[in-house]
Write a protein that binds this ligand. Sequence first.
Ligand code: FAD
Length: 423
Amino acid sequence: CFCQLKGKIDECSCSIDTVDSFNNVKIFPRLRSLLEKDFFRFFKVNLKRPCPYWADDNRCAMRYCHVESCEEDEIPIGLKGDIKHMSFKYSENEAHDCTDQSMNLDYLNKTISEKAQHDMEKWAAYDDAQDNFCVIDDKDEEAEYVDLLLNPERYTGYAGLSAQRVWKAIYLENCFRPKKSFSFNSYIQSDRLNDMCLEERVFYRVISGLHASINVHLSANYLLSSHNGLSLKNPHGEWGPNLEEFKRRFSLETTNNEGPNWLRNLYFIYLIELRAISKAAPYLERHEYYTGNTSEDYDTKMAVKDLLSVIKSFPNHFDETTMFRGSKEANKLKYEFKQHFRNITRIMDCVGCDKCRLWGKLQTQGLGTALKILFSGHFDYDDKLLNKKQMQIQRNEIVSLLNAIGRLSTSIYKLDDFRQMIK
Ligand code: FAD
């Protein structure tokens, strides 16, 4: 599969080799240490939401699907909820008001302005939600913090009908497709992609790239020792690369020639997310990365700044301005693109293995954030206007965006390990 993995990345001006060396030397090491910081390792997610599409959603009880959510005392103080933070601010104001003679009037003004503020926030949230390419559930009552470092994405054994049904619903019901594209070996044959328009091809490529990344991860982080092989020294099993598994998933023979194309799509989605981060750099540079630990927060801010300067220096970013150009048709297509993608984020609630669901949700949310940055129009302004419009990306969106590119970056890095093993 590697001899086919050469040349230009589809729809882009840069080559596989360029991305390999840029990612493996400059991006991967930076992301690896950044994503260990508290701001990025704690992700808030609702894993209990029922599947909205089919009822017999059997949750898998496999041992390696288990997700450990955080106890209250494990969550950094600054992430424990805005409520405490806000109520602290509020009582400060109240103390000040008590010394004022016109307290009642002030109280009234304050209440009215608070209501107006609240209404404005509600509308801003509504506007934002319209821009969103994904459903974000960190405000759900059932959402809980998960420590991503303690619950790594790896082989879980999740397969069979449940996994098949999810991928099938994604490709056959929620991707754009050329007519008569379904064959036994692949949902969409790559040689039929030219029958589709650019935006439709991009949609398919990002989904296929995400799928490839997940499958590279599970092959690179495979359970090597069997249950019997668990020992005191290694009570959780031994994890590492499984070349046979990788070959089965990506070689020409076993995938009806599609495997290398799927890997090329991994490079494509990587470039999409890289471009989104570069575009949102002015916003990301200003963010506080607050967790309540002053020195760590400072380090995180500096590490993000350093990463952004490297990303901005990449010469061959994807050009999103070629998409959704002009006509009414383009607006309709953009609307459909957004709806399809939102459905895919909802389908993540149908994934029957909690660990896969966690990483599936995180990565689709990260990709949705990237698409919002690229296509909502709000990030096309210069620095000042961006400020004026108060474009918001929430903490969870930043966490998922950076972790999502972290996953893709790791997959590309791991491909190099497989390359060496094959040699
Ligand atoms: P699948 O990967 O299930 O693929 C189904 C079909 O899709 C293939 O037969 C092929 O025709 C086509 N296909 C395969 N790859 C691509 C591609 N890149 N582009 C286009 N078409 C493709 N398992 C784990 O062990 N750990 C995980 O963390 C994990 N996370 C998951 C997250 C999600 C959201 C889902 C839906 C599944 C996850 N899985 C995970 C399961 C894993 O992805 C596979 O579904 C499972 O290993 C069974 O693999 P399979 O060989 O049947 O092919």
